[in-house]
Design a protein around this ligand. Structure first.
Ligand code: 26V
Length: 815
């Protein structure tokens, strides 16, 4: 059944009727008596009515076709809000707007009532959310599988310039888009003891697994609605619940009751909260439990369903694909082995063939020290049976390696899944998967030559690249509808479903009317942001300024510190150098959360706010520089921020940012990238050329060579570079307060991310930006070139590549 464009007049009356009825059913009151939040919930309930029919049909169609289905396992899905994108995808937005207006409700006012589903930290979680959007929009049979955290990533408050973390109780008023499915619950076993026992008269040893604890995993399904098609896939989020019959409470002793209460508290903690990404932190027990919990629940339910509907277990990998998003779900490999061997009685070799033809893995982290590892003691204690299986996988794997590379024990050590008392999750994922990919070209190359080079040596054919992407439906059509309409005017609306067509905007980059229209939209978005900043930060910013924006998690390698040091430098010159002028004022925006235990990151936030405080209140500089820290940056704030940017700061130390995806959101909204040759910046540069982005700084090979040769010295840089020395000294001389720890960090780490080394190049890059901005016609052209060539960074392109090269699935028409 093809998607039928809705006739507004036809659907209006039906929508209105349903909306009035639904509000009464939900709340037992007249519409006029409902709070904004209740109105929002009623609207969401009506939207669901337009979803369920196709949801059921989609699942039936997949069953009838018996096509392969992909399950994208991810410990994070950073969804943000769904109302607007769901309305757009279902083509209900315009009709609903009219209906609500007739009822005196403004649709724009109720969006904010939806909690921002923050079930992710940053790039990795948002990528998963963009991916499931593309899967549904491309009519692909592919679903998400993750965790239903009771608390998402903390809410950030800035108090006296310092980050304070507030628990994110996002489920307080309920979540409109989820469907609890208690009948699909499964049990997950944790802890206890597992061993092999001899049985008299039997040749094979027998597995004993005893003393474990059962945790009930209950799925909450969220429909994933395709853009103007009839596909509705499923995002299945697992919740940990107690699995116990309480009817015998009357007969229990007080001690037994206490024990059960303790058990209940323990179980509730498993899906209680999302861990903040502090990449270097030690693995915590509960985190490993979270990982195995959703993996076991997911794999069990997938295989159970498969076995019910098929009779040949060997067909499994033809019908199911499991995608391991970073190493967090890597226990999918031993969990599949456990189910096939223990529960279905398969021979090890057969189970291994099936498993390794089912699983595929994506790496998202270059920093070798941030690769996930677990202490054997903890792993064994929590997951004893899984540990036995990992040992056996490793034993057989290394046996093969020793045969192929006799005598190369050094190689064996580099490859061993268990090494130095730790389980290496990336190694487990690579060994257990048929495909291993990085997330940008340069990243995939570094995996092959450095991070995973020994694995590349033994499994060269597994390695491939899939450059990340973002959904243009949220980040362009929904977040910047005016810009989307400008594109419609030139290309018709076809580009929305076939993003390759966006390239045709290149035909208009010299059309003065088009550029004028782009400028008008950019100014409107800048005005929106300026208004927000006036009310939230109580700072007035001029929209004629360059809006220079860095929004992303705060991390040393992303170098927010270099950004703020440069602002200090610029401010010094403005104050002290009579020959220096800033022909265009600049507003520097920062946004991003620091992990609660990450001291350097939190001090960086404090420095940004101290500098902002001083500069914003210095009337002598005539507002030439303003500095704004955007509190609590997340998906929803991003939807306002990306469209308002002139300059996109992508300044990570070359080789450190696997890809980045914010860079793509900025580009698609017409910002010029000011960046290093890192992650997907390299490919942005490839798309637009030197004239339409500003590249600076050390290249990845230079960075790597400094590390290898140890021939860089931060003190030398400090001593010989006056620009560096001046701002460094200001960290401790009281200009902005006391930031001795940041000074010490830079020196003691020997400037591990080359902030000082790249400082002069960064100054020049900013000067280049200002030069270019002064030629507004050329700048606007550049902006248009960026928009025109951003289509390749749509996640529709990325997911098409996954579907064709890794998953081997095709679109399914839902009849
Ligand atoms: C690590 C940890 C470790 C401690 C516990 C919590 C936690 C949560 C997440 C992570 C790993 C985060 C990895 C990540 O987000 N990588 C980013 O992935 C993006 C999508 O591929 C990519 O664009 C970014 O460059 C990369 O940093």
């Amino acid at each position: 059944m093809a998607f039928i464009e809705r006739d507004i007049d036809e659907i209006k009356d039906e929508l209105k009727e349903r909306f009035i009825l639904t509000s009464k059913i939900l709340y037992g009151r007249e519409l006029s008596e409902l709070s904004q939040n209740e109105v929002y919930n009623a609207v969401a309930a009506v939207v669901k009515q337009y979803t369920t029919e196709n949801w059921i049909k989609t699942n039936k169609q997949y069953a009838i076709n018996d096509n392969k289905q992909i399950y994208y396992f991810s410990i994070e899905f950073l969804l943000g809000r769904l109302l607007n994108t769901n309305l757009i995808n279902l083509d209900l937005k315009n009709a609903l707007k009219i209906v609500l207006k007739e009822l005196d409700v403004k649709l724009d006012d109720i969006y904010n009532e939806e909690p921002d589903a923050g079930l992710g930290n940053g790039g990795l979680g948002r990528l998963a959310a963009c991916f499931i959007d593309s899967m549904a929009s491309l009519s692909l049979p592919a679903h998400g599988c993750g965790l239903r955290y009771q608390y998402g990533l903390f809410e950030q408050k800035i108090i006296n310039g310092t980050q304070i973390e507030i628990p994110d109780n996002w489920l307080r008023d309920g979540y409109a888009w989820e469907f609890r499915k208690p009948n699909k619950a499964v049990n997950v076993r944790i802890g206890g003891h597992a061993y092999m026992k001899e049985v008299p008269g039997e040749e094979n040893l027998q597995l004993v697994y005893e003393g474990y604890t059962d945790i009930m995993a209950v799925p909450y399904d969220v429909p994933v609605i395709g853009y103007k098609n009839t596909t509705v896939n499923t995002l299945r989020l697992w919740n940990a619940e107690v699995n116990m019959d309480f009817s015998d409470y009357g007969t229990l002793t007080q001690e037994e009751i206490n024990q059960r209460q303790e058990y209940r508290r323990w179980v509730n903690r498993i899906t209680e909260y999302l861990y903040p990404d502090d990449r270097l932190s030690d693995g915590k027990k509960l985190r490993l439990l979270q990982e195995y919990f959703f993996v076991s629940a997911g794999v069990q339910s997938i295989i159970r369903h498969f076995m019910r509907t098929h009779d040949n277990v060997y067909d499994l990998s033809d019908k199911i694909g499991i995608h391991i998003n970073d190493t967090h779900p890597a226990t999918a490999v031993p969990e599949m082995m456990r189910i096939l061997v223990d529960d279905y009685g398969l021979e090890w070799e057969d189970a291994w063939d099936i498993t390794t033809q089912t699983c595929a893995y994506t790496n998202h982290t270059i920093l070798p020290e941030a690769l996930e590892k677990w202490d054997v003691g903890l792993f064994k204690e929590m997951l004893p049976r899984i540990y036995m299986i990992v040992e056996e996988i490793n034993r057989r794997f290394l046996e093969g390696i020793r045969k192929k590379y006799p005598g190369d024990e050094a190689l064996v050590r580099e490859l061993s899944i268990i090494e130095n008392g730790q389980v290496h999750m990336a190694r487990l994922a690579v060994v257990g998967s048929y495909s291993v990919n990085g997330v940008a070209k340069i990243h995939s190359d570094i995996l092959k030559t450095s991070t995973l080079k020994y694995f590349y040596k033994v499994f060269p054919r597994k390695f491939n690249n899939k450059t990340n992407g973002i959904t243009h439906r949220r980040w362009l059509i929904s977040a910047n509808n005016d810009l989307a309409h400008l594109i419609d005017d030139k290309l018709t609306r076809e580009w929305r479903q076939n993003i390759k067509l966006l390239k045709k905007i290149n035909n208009y980059v010299d059309d003065p009317d088009f550029l004028k229209a782009i400028k008008k939209v950019k100014r409107a978005r800048k005005r929106d942001l300026a208004k927000y900043v006036l009310s939230h930060n109580k700072v007035r910013v001029k929209i004629d300024s360059i809006f220079d924006i860095q929004v992303k998690r705060i991390h040393s390698y992303k170098r927010q510190l270099m950004n703020i040091l440069h602002i200090m430098y610029q401010y010094n010159r403005l104050k002290n150098d009579p020959d220096y002028d800033m022909p265009v004022p600049v507003v520097y925006f920062f946004g991003g959360k620091a992990a609660p235990g990450y001291y350097t990151a939190k001090e960086t936030i404090r420095l940004i706010n101290a500098v902002a405080d001083k500069i914003n209140n210095d009337e002598s500089i005539n507002g030439k520089i303003k500095v704004i820290f955007l509190e609590n940056f997340g998906v929803s704030l991003g939807e306002m921020v990306y469209p308002a940017a002139d300059v996109s700061e992508q300044i990570s130390t070359a080789s450190k940012e696997a890809s980045g995806t914010g860079n793509m959101k900025f580009m698609m909204n017409g910002a010029i990238t000011l960046g290093t040759m890192d992650g997907a910046n390299v490919e942005i540069h490839e798309q637009v050329g030197d004239d339409n982005c500003v590249i600076f700084g050390l290249r990845a090979d230079e960075v790597i060579s400094y590390y290898e040769n140890g021939n860089y010295n931060a003190w030398d840089e400090y001593n010989t570079n006056e620009n560096v020395r001046t701002v460094m000294n200001q960290l401790t001389d009281g200009t902005y307060g006391n930031f001795q720890t940041l000074f010490d960090y830079l020196i003691n780490s020997n400037d591990e991310f080359f902030i000082l080394k790249d400082f002069n190049a960064y100054i020049e890059a900013h000067e280049e930006i200002v030069r270019r901005y002064q030629d507004q016609d050329a700048w606007l052209r550049s902006s248009a070139v960026n928009i025109a060539n951003s289509g390749i960074f749509s996640s529709d392109r990325t997911i098409t590549e996954y579907a064709e090269d890794i998953w081997d699935i095709e679109p399914v028409e839902i009849k």
